[in-house]
Design a protein around this ligand. Sequence first.
Ligand code: 5AD
Ligand code: SF4
Length: 478
Amino acid sequence: MSNINIKLPSLKDAKKRTKTPITIHRDSYDISESLKNLGVNRKYYLRTYGCQANERDSETISGILNEMNFIKTDNYEDADLLIFNTCAIRANAENKVFGEIGQLKRLKVKNPDLIFAVCGCMVQEEVVVEKIMKTYDQIDLVFGTHNIHRLPLLLQNTMLSKERTIEVFSKEGEVIENLPVNRFNDYKAWVNIMYGCDKFCTYCIVPYTRGKQRSRLIQDIIEEVNELKEKGYKEITLLGQNVNAYGKDLDMEDGFALLLEEVAKTKIDRIRFATSHPRDFSIKMIEVMKDNKNIMPFLHLPVQSGNNEILKLMGRGYTVEHFKMLYDKLKESIPNIAFSTDMIVGFPNETREQFEDTLKLVDYCKFDFAFLFIYSPRVGTPAAKMEDNIDESEKSKRLKELNERVAKYGNINNQKYLNKIVKVLVDGKSKKNDQVYSGYSEENKLINFTGTNINEGDIVDVYITEIRSWSMNGKKVN
Ligand code: 5AD
Ligand code: SF4
């Protein structure tokens, strides 16, 4: 297959940050009638890897494909178009994608007209695109995180020319407001409040794959939340890589606290947000969370490490003492608040003592849940250049030890809910047992429960009868 329309990514360009103000586009996405016919009698299968930002992007991709009259299928064997929306955060995330692209090569043999597309964070890296070009000739279309709005044209080009199309921009990025969306859930919605990240933590690839921080305007966000509320949505999650920095690029002071207050005024039942950064988390934020009952008593606050030297090497911009201060203040103001965090073990040259500081922090904060990772070097980031003298088996041992410590508190924390009533937003029937329903409490605890007259999207009272580390069982109160 020869290559036309090739625009390759560059991590070096993606690193640049200029003072150019962000532009908001309200008419970048335009779809002609001929493009709307491109999907007639064709089915698409979309697979999403990674974080909530990718989930939300997939809802946009799906919205665009629906406008092009493609039909969604959950069975890739039936599909005329496959799209993999990928994640670059760690090497194992990438290896999984390559493995699955490899496995599905056989579908191209069965159906030579099948279009196989790869998009998302991975293809913002030149090493990935080079590998696709060299070894994965089943891939027909590659597009990045900055040009989803061009999907109709890119697809048309690929389908009509029968040539491989690659278009990835490595730029700071814009805000594009007029994109269609096909939300995958009828009661819970993701709402982007900002794109990109300017923090450049030394291990992280996100500022390169998703560009400069760009906040949406408050009025656009509020309009979206009001629309969702009118449609019957019960819960929204405000999304950004570093939500506490919301508005900094719009010269706002403590913009996220302000935005949260405005969102709370819409009176939507449940408000969540992700992801918070300890450095930008303000005291005003704590007050806003405390004063608004529709902001859920749950906080995902990634700490990454419990050691100040490692935090410094990671470029996190706060100390363990600062994190503990925030934690104490939050607990004091909102006594029922639940916490989750992210932690990385095996950062280059992390000593046993430094790792033990992370264990100590877990003892202090007693997180309800934690996402734990072994450090994975990402080409192009500063940490990838640091020499590393810890062997893999030691890293795995630390991960296991940390995991056990976190699990202990997960269980202890849940004990306080036994014989108490919690409010649950019903997701539906449990996957394992159709007599059982499941949903999440205000504190973001997974609750499995039985009862009658239960509908998806209801907020119900559940009496807790059994505790586990990562979930609880109960009965609906009539
Ligand atoms: N290696 C391991 N974990 C990482 N994360 C981000 N980059 C890396 C990396 N290179 C983790 C951080 C972050 C979460 C989303 O992923 O803990 O908070
Ligand atoms: Fe990555 Fe740090 Fe930005 Fe989070 S805040 S996306 S860890 S650079």
